[in-house]
Write a protein that binds this ligand. Structure first.
Ligand code: TXA
Ligand code: MG
Length: 313
């Protein structure tokens, strides 16, 4: 662990400039975004992007999100529709990922994993923004966790999961939102929800009209397999835990070992979700989770919990 922690640097001007140089030379840098930590590489460098798949143990068919500075840069890599532009104008920089047809672009084909589309996001976190400036290349970055495991919301979580596989970790503290971005694809100009995330469906629909769930024709490969898996077993929608279960609470509870939000606030619950799952996973073999409403961020929270539960079934 000591050598791992030696790779973690508090994110300041000097460490971010150093990280930018590592990226330009084809290395891997983990960095904070407002959602979760990302494992970044130069998205135009095929070898560097291949390094991400190797470090995470990620299946090659699962494409990556490319992070860019702003909408103008994004438009150089993909064909935007009117609705995509409206969504970008409203939510970028921020926790929205748009999946669009690739333009003629220097981006490595590997980021798209063989698809004709590319996923783009402009992150809002000041460290991510500064890193994009310093690196001066688009940054491909999946969540900074081993494939199939819980996403990292702190620099130490990154170090625990990716050990010696990353060259450098920028520490920007705990991420604020705690859930990955909402991923929106398009069927023509009609938006499709590929992954619920840190921006609630209702907020997207206020701009783009009603969202369809992805049918089998439009794939987001990352949504096919089990994900976000802790080692412990997980049972959902539990009001009365079994004696050998450790209860993860939501809303008022006498017997919760940890509580996502005692006040029943979904934003607070989203921010706490992955860190609390990790904490319980250290010493509780069986975790039970109280019911979480399906509205707002609850849709994304329940999506992650269902995947975590399914992984052990
Ligand atoms: O908040 C986030 O989105 C974080 C931070 C680091 O930006 N990143 C993240 O990346 O969660 P990752 O790789 O863990 O999840 C990306 C999701 C996957 O479900 C992947 O299948 C989907 O986006 N995706 C990426 N490119 C796609 C494409 N071209 N078509 C469909 N889905 C795509
Ligand atoms: Mg991920």
């Amino acid at each position: 662990m000591e050598s791992l922690l030696a790779k973690i640097a508090s994110a300041d001007a000097a460490s971010i400039a150093h990280a930018g140089r590592i990226l330009r030379h084809g290395g891997l840098v983990a960095f904070p975004t407002e959602t979760v930590y990302g494992l970044g590489a130069d998205a135009t460098n095929g070898r560097a992007v291949a390094g991400i798949f190797a470090a995470k143990g990620r299946p090659r068919f699962n494409p990556l999100i490319v992070h860019v500075r702003d909408l103008a840069e994004a438009e150089r890599h993909a064909e935007f529709t009117d609705t995509a532009r409206d969504l970008a104008a409203r939510f970028w920089p921020g926790a929205l990922t748009l999946v669009l047809p690739r333009a003629t672009t220097p981006l490595s084909d590997l980021v798209s994993a063989g698809l004709s589309t590319v996923a783009l996001r402009v992150p809002a976190h000041p460290v991510a923004q500064r890193l994009l400036q310093e690196a001066a290349v688009p940054i491909a970055a999946p969540s900074a966790n081993p494939s199939g495991k819980v996403s990292a919301t702190t620099a130490v979580h990154v170090a625990e999961g990716l050990q010696d596989k990353v060259d450098f970790i920028l520490d920007g503290g705990a991420t604020i939102l705690g859930l990955e971005s909402t991923v929106i694809g398009f069927d023509g100009d009609r938006p499709v929800l590929l992954r619920p995330g840190a921006i609630a469906r209702e907020d997207i629909e206020a701009v783009a009209g009603s969202l369809r769930k992805a049918g089998p024709a439009i794939q987001s490969p990352g949504q096919l397999d089990s994900h976000y898996a802790p080692s412990a077993s997980l049972r959902l929608n539990v009001s009365e835990p079994e004696p050998d279960e450790t209860l993860l609470g939501f809303g008022p509870s006498q017997n919760a070992a940890l509580n996502l939000s005692p006040a029943g606030n979904l934003k607070e619950a989203a921010a706490n979700l992955f860190a609390m799952l990790r904490q319980l996973d250290r010493n509780a073999p069986r975790i039970a989770v109280m019911p979480i409403p399906e509205r707002g961020l609850g849709e994304a929270i329940n999506d992650r919990l269902r995947r975590a539960a399914a992984a052990r079934a």
